[in-house]
Design a protein around this ligand. Structure first.
Ligand code: OSB
Ligand code: MG
Length: 369
């Protein structure tokens, strides 16, 4: 296969709700869609999940555009590829910038699966016809408001609830949730809001039977996480700290976590995500697919990845309507009883909705040799 033309589109969309984590509040979502065309005019689609500001990781929408335009696209254009896995190898000399790499790599995977006329899930070796999903809920103004929001999503059937925590919005919040929902599959995501000195506070969460605590310590740490995992009964799940297969290998061997959240963008693409999945499977570490408030294009990639066998825990891939009044794919992603039906059409299995994409595009540029 060969990519002979790439179009980047800068989109601005507004979410249905403000989403608050320990590090910021987001409602306006800017991102890049990548369309990679082969010589026959067939298109594959990818999404850069980097945010506007470098608060989750160091990348931004603009740094991704720069990396794609000046380095990544020139390295892939008109290269003969036998398989999408080769993109990972070709881009390896570029340090980090994983979300930028992943955006183009995802488009190449979609294009490959469309050329083969198979669903992306099958191209990855996935077997599931449906995937189980949970939902991630931001920090709210009050516990009462949070309980009401949780109640709504439990009634919609989501398979597990994740809430965001930070020092001061943690023990009392989780206690209140547990009182109202004693059996609920529940987890908490700190997005790096705690320090080693907070160990006693984190230990208080052990009494609430959480499935896991996600990324309590620094975004670049795996050593201190190993230290606190030894003192906690609740499994630690790493998100921000895992950028690659090598990071996952080190975290597992140090005992820094018992579960890994795999985000395609954070690890530099589907090929790397699959490698981490396979490693975790061999080590008995369950994984689940995280979310980055994606548009339908990124959401579709997440669904395909989640069909792999070791994705045994519900991920954060909620329905399109939870985020967007108008998503950019057709049909939109729907969730019934906490399940998403995996599409059986070629590639990502959802059609890009070009009128919707055009309506949200503020700038676009096409690259070819
Ligand atoms: O830590 O998983 C995270 C959203 C933005 C940045 C980081 C995270 C999240 C979420 C939301 O938890 C996941 C989603 O609904 O897409
Ligand atoms: Mg997280």
């Amino acid at each position: 296969m060969k990519v002979s033309e790439v179009t980047l589109r800068h989109l601005k969309m507004r979410m249905n709700f403000p989403f608050t984590t320990s590090f910021t509040t987001m409602q306006d979502r800017e991102f890049i869609l990548v369309e990679a065309k082969n010589e026959a005019g067939l298109s594959g689609w990818g999404e850069s999940v980097a945010f506007t500001a470098p608060l989750y990781n160091e990348e931004t929408m603009k740094t991704n555009w720069h990396m794609l335009e000046d380095f990544i696209i020139p390295m892939i254009l008109d290269k003969h590829l036998d398989h999408p896995d080769e993109v990972n190898t070709i881009l390896a000399p570029i340090r980090k910038n994983n979300m930028a790499k992943s955006a183009l790599e995802g488009a190449v995977w979609d294009l490959y699966a469309k050329e083969q006329q198979i669903p992306l899930s099958k191209a990855l070796g996935g077997q599931k016809e449906t995937i189980e999903v949970g939902i991630s809920i931001g920090i709210k103004e009050s516990i009462a408001e949070l309980l009401e929001v949780i109640d709504g999503y439990v009634k919609e059937g989501y398979k597990r609830i994740k809430v965001k925590i930070k020092p001061g919005w943690d023990v009392d919040v989780i206690r209140a949730i547990r009182e109202q929902f004693p059996q609920l599959p529940l987890m908490a995501d700190a997005n790096s809001a705690y320090r080693l000195e907070d160990l006693e506070r984190l230990k208080q969460l052990d009494q609430f039977d959480l499935m896991m605590i996600e990324q309590p310590l620094a975004a670049d740490d795996i050593v201190d996480h190993a230290h606190i995992q030894k003192q906690l009964d609740t499994p630690i799940c790493l998100d921000e700290s895992i950028h690659s297969y090598e990071d996952a290998r080190k975290a597992i061997s140090l005992g820094s976590c018992q579960i890994i959240n795999i985000k395609i963008g954070r690890v530099g693409g589907i090929t790397e995500a699959k490698k981490i999945h396979d490693l975790c499977f061999s080590k008995g570490i369950p994984v689940w697919c995280g979310g980055m408030l994606e548009s339908g294009i990124g959401r579709a990639h997440n669904i395909a990845l989640t069909t792999l066998t070791n994705f045994t825990m519900p991920g954060d891939t909620a329905a399109s309507k939870r985020y967007w009044e108008q998503d950019v794919i057709e049909p939109v992603v729907t969730v019934e009883n906490g399940l998403i039906r995996v599409p059986d059409k070629p590639g990502i299995g959802y059609e890009p909705n070009i009128p919707a994409i055009d309506a949200f595009t503020v700038h676009q540029q096409t690259f070819r040799n």
